[in-house]
Design a binder for this molecule. Structure first.
Ligand code: CA
Ligand code: CA
Length: 494
């Protein structure tokens, strides 16, 4: 069950527990349940992309009891809300009837929590006071399910629902077939992405593809075995980039760095308002500085470029997927669907991918449970059993990127397309955006300027601003510029 907390920054007030609900007091519980509003129904009344507070409608934030039930009709959670935010007591129960936790909220912030295991034993690890501490959630069988850390009321890293490390290398066989690639319809937010069209038939031979994005643990295994040094860990040669300022030649990566005040991303249209080149950032330190992957070994590796991804794939006896293979795999057997799970953005009001909620870029409400990357496999798989084909991190493919690549296939279907013969660079792409045509690529361009396809969207894709966690969505990664929202998964011939 997804654990979602409405978050508010700032220090918590110390507070005593209000009276919590006694499940054995059937009359008390029954009365509250009868009065309570169903959590999912309430959330569904919100517009997608809106702040995640529960509101009956935009004008009237909800005050009263909110309930969440197990599929069998048993109560899972009862929480008090005030003006759309948890405020007061929240109680959860296991299916066996044992109390799971009692939480206390103030203005949407978790102030304190105590927890029990399904056998009734008090959980000594769970200890949240004044908005700080650790919160553990157990499965019905008593094994640990999730572990959350709260800092001043803010949800920190979630460290579980872990995928068994042995299964990280699992691949799924996608049978050879013809499918419709691309999308010509406006996305649900009304936006049209011309590079996704025209829709055209593509025949792809059988291939295997990784079930999960490649994780930090897997990448570390490769680095430990080979001594490989990634692009972001090496300085650039001043001979190669004589005009570049010295500080941009230092090792590092491009890191998401939201501005302190929110800005309208469309009005500025300059991504450097929320991206920053950070010396020292690499797959080992995804945000540079003192950041670390220690608690993120089951998250996808980031800050790698296409050469790093290829080197890993080669070591693993695999290769990168082509763009066509990736899209066929992402569609999961669905035809012409907008998302990898179907056509509805949020079935039953649930987020099915790690993307961005709130006001991009400054306010990330993490309604889906994650501010940044998530452990691979944290969201349901698609129809082929593949995880995170929507969101989490962009996945580098083997093709060069060209925004009008598909136009040549309308009258000329091709089997196993593998991308344009010649790469373009950011300079040519910008001209394409202005004029609709690309100039002929300049042959003397440094190969590090080449654009390579990346697919699937990331934890930074926003429903309104960049609705690209869709199977048809196309993007490019820059060899020169590894970033902390881009990783990869591997494929091999079937
Ligand atoms: Ca997210
Ligand atoms: Ca992904």
């Amino acid at each position: 069950m997804l654990f979602v907390v409405t978050l508010l920054a700032g220090c918590g007030e110390s507070s005593n527990f209000s009276d919590n609900i006694n499940r054995n007091d059937a009359a008390n519980l029954g009365e509250i349940l009868a009065e309570a509003i169903d959590k999912e129904k309430l959330q569904r009344r919100n517009q997608v992309g809106e702040k995640p507070y529960l509101a009956k409608n935009k004008q009237t934030p909800f005050t009263g009891w909110v309930k969440e039930m197990y599929d069998n009709g048993q109560v899972y959670e009862l929480t008090q809300y005030k003006e759309g935010k948890p405020d007061g007591t929240g109680t959860k129960w296991y299916q066996n009837g044992q109390k799971m936790s009692v939480e206390n909220y103030k203005y949407g912030m978790l102030v304190s929590a105590v927890g029990w295991k399904p056998n009734g034993e008090k959980c000594t690890v769970t200890n949240v006071k004044d908005g700080n501490g650790v919160y553990v959630i157990y499965n019905e069988d008593g094994t640990e399910k999730s572990c959350f850390t709260f800092n001043d009321g803010e949800l920190g890293e979630k460290s579980a629902d872990r995928v068994e490390s042995a299964s990280l290398n699992e691949m799924i066989l996608i049978e050879g077939q013809t499918f419709l690639m691309g999308n010509a319809k406006p996305a649900e937010n009304g936006e049209i992405y011309p590079e996704e069209g025209p829709v055209h038939k593509v025949e792809v031979s059988s291939f295997w593809i990784d079930k999960y994005e490649v994780t930090n643990a897997q990448f570390k295994e490769f680095v430990d075995a080979t001594g490989y040094i990634t692009f972001a860990e090496k300085p650039l040669s001043p001979d190669m980039f004589p005009l570049a300022p010295k500080n941009q030649l230092l090792p590092g990566a491009t890191v998401f760095a939201p501005p302190p005040e929110n800005i309208n991303p469309r009005a500025t249209n300059d991504p450097w308002n929320w991206w920053s080149y950070r010396n020292g950032a690499s797959w080992r330190k995804p945000e540079g500085g003192t950041s670390s992957i220690r608690e993120r070994m089951d998250h996808p590796v980031v800050c790698v470029n296409v050469d790093d991804a290829r080197a890993y794939a080669k070591w693993a006896g695999k290769r990168l997927p082509t763009e066509a293979e990736w899209e066929l795999a992402a569609r999961g057997g669905l035809v012409d669907s907008m998302y990898v799970w179907g056509n509805e953005a949020r079935p039953d009001g649930k987020w099915l991918a790690n993307c961005f909620q709130g006001n991009f870029p400054a306010v990330n409400t993490a309604q889906d449970g994650f501010h940044g990357t998530s452990p691979v496999g944290s969201f349901p798989p698609n129809g082929f059993g593949l995880y995170d084909m929507a969101g989490n991190v962009w996945e580098i493919c083997s093709d060069f990127y060209h925004p009008s690549y598909y136009t040549q296939f309308i009258n000329n279907p091709q089997t196993n397309p593998s991308g344009p013969a010649f790469p373009i660079t950011q300079i040519e792409l910008e001209q394409f955006r202005r004029t609709g045509t690309c100039p002929t690529p300049m042959e003397e361009n440094n190969r590090l300027m080449n654009l390579t396809v990346s697919r699937g969207g990331s934890f930074l894709c926003h429903w309104e601003y960049c609705l690209r966690y869709r199977p048809a969505a196309r993007n490019h990664s820059e060899t020169l510029s590894p970033s902390n929202h881009t990783g990869f998964r591997c494929a091999k011939d079937g």
